[in-house]
Design a protein around this ligand. Structure first.
Ligand code: CAA
Length: 241
């Protein structure tokens, strides 16, 4: 029987590519989303992937949402923590709200989603937790003190949980995409994107969401059982760890 995968932020951007690629690879897929009903409806109609609405920054909402997914599709064996937001501002202009929203979604959201599925993965002696961090969690980014901190935190929780999960058949890995051609990146002021960011990418282009999705499909597979605690960079040569 095919395994069930849950992708947060799974109806748009990189998440939509991940949901679609996992479905094509034979998984039962649930795509979580937080706000955009119209886009989620269209995504469900187009792909046949079930969508579920809740906010990953709320632990009770995650526990309730995961219970709904499991009642419909079976236990979550593959969790992809992809949901993320930006509230970019230079630090001297950053508000506490901008800090908290990003930390609550991009870092605490990973705790909120992983904690409710962890015991089941331990009991079944199998699990895959794949968290989408960012190049900016590795190198830091001006205008993104909040986002860089949250995404660096995602690498920390990944390495800690990899050690806890190893004896229970659970692998825990992170992917650090560079600048990928999604709405999030297109929201950067055009001048900054074209004059400051793209010239820093040696391959000379933004990445494609599918280039991240293919890594997820590999990490989810049985073939990747010896890979845990890893950070896989996919950034067109912009930054080497
Ligand atoms: N790389 C290099 N230089 C940058 C930069 C970047 N990412 N972001 C801003 N700068 C530069 C600007 O070019 C500008 O330089 P000049 O004064 O020499 O022209 C200077 O920093 C100040 O920028 P702004 O004039 O735009 O200042 P602002 O206060 O109006 O806006 C900002 C600041 C909101 C941070 C805006 O610059 C911005 O949105 N920058 C992009 C930040 C960024 O890279 N975000 C990544 C989003 S995508 C993502 O997060 C996905 C992922 O994981 C990679």
């Amino acid at each position: 029987m095919s395994r069930t995968a849950l992708v947060t932020g799974g109806t748009r951007g990189i998440g939509a590519a991940i949901s679609t690629a996992l479905k094509a690879a034979g998984y039962k897929v649930a795509a979580n989303y937080a706000g955009n009903d119209e886009k989620a409806k269209a995504f469900e109609a187009e792909t046949g992937i079930r969508t579920f609405k809740w906010d990953v920054s709320s632990y009770p909402a995650c526990a309730e949402g995961i219970a709904k997914v499991e009642a419909e599709l079976g236990p979550v064996e593959i969790l992809v923590n992809n949901a993320g937001i930006t509230r970019d501002a230079m630090f001297h202009k950053m508000t506490p709200d901008q800090w908290n929203e990003v930390i609550n979604t991009n870092l605490t959201g990973v705790f909120n989603m992983t904690h409710p599925v962890w015991s089941g993965m331990r009991d079944r002696n199998f699990g895959r937790v794949i968290t989408i961090s960012s190049i900016n969690g590795q190198k830091g980014q001006m205008g993104q003190a909040n986002y860089s901190a949250a995404k660096a935190g995602d690498l920390g929780i990944t390495k800690a949980l990899a050690q806890e999960g190893a004896a229970k058949g659970i692998t825990v890995n992170a992917i650090c995409p560079g600048y990928i051609g999604t709405e999030m990146v297109r929201a950067i002021p055009e001048k900054v994107l074209n004059e400051r960011i793209i010239p820093q990418i040696p391959v000379g282009r933004l990445g494609e969401p599918e280039e991240i999705a293919r890594i997820v499909v590999f990490l989810a597979s049985d073939d990747a059982g010896f890979i845990t605690g890893s950070t896989i960079s996919a950034n067109g040569g912009q930054f080497f760890v």
